[in-house]
Write a protein that binds this ligand. Structure first.
Ligand SMILES: Cc1cc2nc3c(=O)[nH]c(=O)nc-3n(C[C@H](O)[C@H](O)[C@H](O)COP(=O)(O)OP(=O)(O)OC[C@H]3O[C@@H](n4cnc5c(N)ncnc54)[C@H](O)[C@@H]3O)c2cc1C
Length: 511
């Protein structure tokens, strides 16, 4: 009988029956591993982990969770490092690990250049499959963990660096298990037919666009997604410009903007500061001398720049074309564009292949997953890593004011300002890395307080974050207008009346 109280044992017995052998795990070791993350707020142990093997399994779990009032937290590959890893937004939820058994590439259509994937398909797995098929198609990758998943990343509004950088924007057609256990198909998939030929090719057909409901929310479990791919260009040539001064950011942003507004440069620009590039190449030489209390000195930064041949800022982008010779005139044009003030030092594609952190950029522009940037997790000992992800309009003065503001807040907190501005035409996302010693309680608190202070200050200037670590989702929701919170709560109430799906994720509760 339904008492309205959670009954974990009854839920797990039902899940065990539905999923069969190995479908439920609640060993101490497993709970510890799934609770671990790199954030300041500490680990969040789940009550159990379940491993569905099919959409029907997901439906069975969701229905049982409704009967027994048990909260579920879905993950795809669980490589959300710096945003929560595999841990749920609250302790005691049951993690639904979709990636372990639902990891098939369901389809690759080489004519229309798209793939259809289950949640466990990683960037590496898709890359390997495309290479096996002759390397005619290219996927947009992140520069994060190659084992990260295409579907989970798109749902969290992740992004890459090629013309298909917007992973949610280039996803088309989803299958979703709603919190009641019903299956929803979005886009043309909503047609009542068994043969839906446009499901993964047409984004906006009849009716409201429901896909957006499932990004950064807790309104459903996505079990299938179409993802668009690019034809692999015959030649890819990168270009890079190093600048000496922190305030050169103003000039850089104003130079990048017209090249993106006209789409002359097809990739996004990676405008990366010295520590973002050099921080992946080893631990801070100054961390132990200041016991982690001070930001790295200007001399320390200069020494790193000289060692690795990069600037206070390094701008990277790439062209695609029929051959290296066909691309050369475009490289010359971009060189004269950035050469105007005489401040930029040009680094050629060939030179960049010898500089490990710039090779990461080349890989990102080429749709090749790589491990290089994960070195950032070792810049300070103790494994602490959180992302702070605001953005600014593509106006040099505005972006530079934000740079000064955030650099100052890092320094107040004795942390090292580490950022990459990823620039599109009108907007750039500032990927800020907070590296801290997670084993040192005082430093952990400083990292949390640095995040909050920056989030408050940028919000005061009208800027919001594009994604949030689990520690700060409730906080960010509290920064929204009441009608936004109210609408999110009403949708939650309508779709998930028992509140069983990741209650509190992104600050969304039934209301
Ligand atoms: C050094 C470094 C560099 C990085 N660079 C980038 C980068 O360039 N671009 C970028 O976007 N990210 C980057 N990241 C962040 C991150 O690692 C990736 O975004 C990662 O791929 C996301 O994790 P995932 O794919 O494993 O998703 P998951 O962890 O599986 O999912 C993310 C969240 O989405 C929700 N979710 C997942 N699957 C489902 C589902 N099927 N249904 C409903 N909800 C679901 C869950 O709540 C989950 O917590 C970087 C991280 C590091 C450490």
């Amino acid at each position: 009988m339904d008492s309205g109280q959670p009954n974990l044992e009854a839920f797990l017995a039902e899940a065990d029956k539905a999923l069969g052998s190995g479908g439920v795990n609640r060993s101490e070791e497993t709970l510890r591993r799934y609770g671990e993350n790199t954030l300041p707020g500490g680990d969040r142990l789940p009550a159990a982990v379940v491993y569905p093997g099919s959409t029907a399994d997901v439906q069975a779990i969701v229905r049982a969770a409704n009967v027994h009032r048990v909260p579920l937290y879905p993950i795809s590959t669980g490589n959300n490092i710096g945003l929560g890893s595999r841990s749920s937004n609250a302790t005691g939820q049951v993690v639904v690990d979709l990636g372990r058994r639902m990891n098939r590439i369901l389809e690759i259509d080489e004519t229309l250049a798209y793939a259809v994937v289950e949640p466990g398909v990683s960037y590496q797995a898709m890359y390997d499959e495309l290479v096996r098929r002759g390397n005619r198609l290219m996927l947009d990758v992140t520069s994060g963990p190659p084992q990260g998943g295409m579907l989970g990343n798109a749902l969290d509004k992740g992004a890459g660096y090629t013309p298909y950088f917007d992973h949610f924007g280039f996803a088309c057609g989803m299958e979703v298990v709603l919190p009641t256990g019903e299956i929803l198909r979005t886009g043309d998939g909503a047609l009542d037919s068994t043969d839906i030929s446009n499901w993964h090719t047409s984004k906006y057909s009849f009716g409201p666009i429901l896909d957006g409901l499932f990004a950064q929310s807790n309104y459903g479990i996505v079990t299938r997604m179409g993802i668009w791919l690019l034809p692999r260009p015959p030649a890819i040539r990168s270009f890079h410009f190093a600048y000496d001064n922190d305030d050169d950011l103003e000039e850089i942003i104003d130079l990048c903007r017209p090249l993106k507004l006209s789409n002359f440069v097809p990739t996004l620009f990676r405008v990366t500061n010295d520590l973002y590039l050099c921080g992946s190449e080893g631990e801070s030489a100054e961390y132990r001398t200041s016991a982690g209390r001070r930001s790295i000195s200007d001399e320390g930064r200069r020494a790193l720049r000289e060692k690795h041949g990069v600037g206070a800022w390094t701008v990277s982008g790439a062209f695609y074309g029929a051959s290296d010779a066909a691309i050369e005139p475009m490289i010359q044009r971009v060189r004269s564009h950035f050469g105007q003030s005489g401040k930029a030092r040009y680094i050629s594609h060939e030179e960049a292949t010898e500089i490990a952190p710039l090779q990461v950029a080349i890989n990102a522009f080429s749709g090749v997953p790589s491990l290089g940037e994960l070195g950032l997790l070792k810049w300070r000992p103790g494994g602490g890593n959180s992302w702070f992800l605001p953005g600014t309009p593509m106006v040099g003065k505005v972006a530079n004011d934000f740079q000064r503001l955030c650099r100052g807040i890092y320094e107040e907190h004795g942390l090292d300002y580490t950022v990459m501005n990823v620039c599109a035409a009108r907007f750039c996302r500032g990927l800020h890395v907070l590296s801290f010693n997670r084993e040192d309680e005082e430093e952990r608190e400083r990292a949390g307080s640095c995040y909050r202070k920056m989030a408050e200050e940028v919000a005061r200037r009208g800027v919001f974050v594009g994604r949030s670590p689990v520690d700060f989702q409730e906080f960010h929701m509290s920064q929204t207008i009441p009608s936004f919170r109210g609408a999110c709560a009403s949708i939650k109430q309508a779709l998930d009346p028992n509140g069983i799906l990741a209650p509190g994720r992104y600050g969304i509760h039934a209301g």
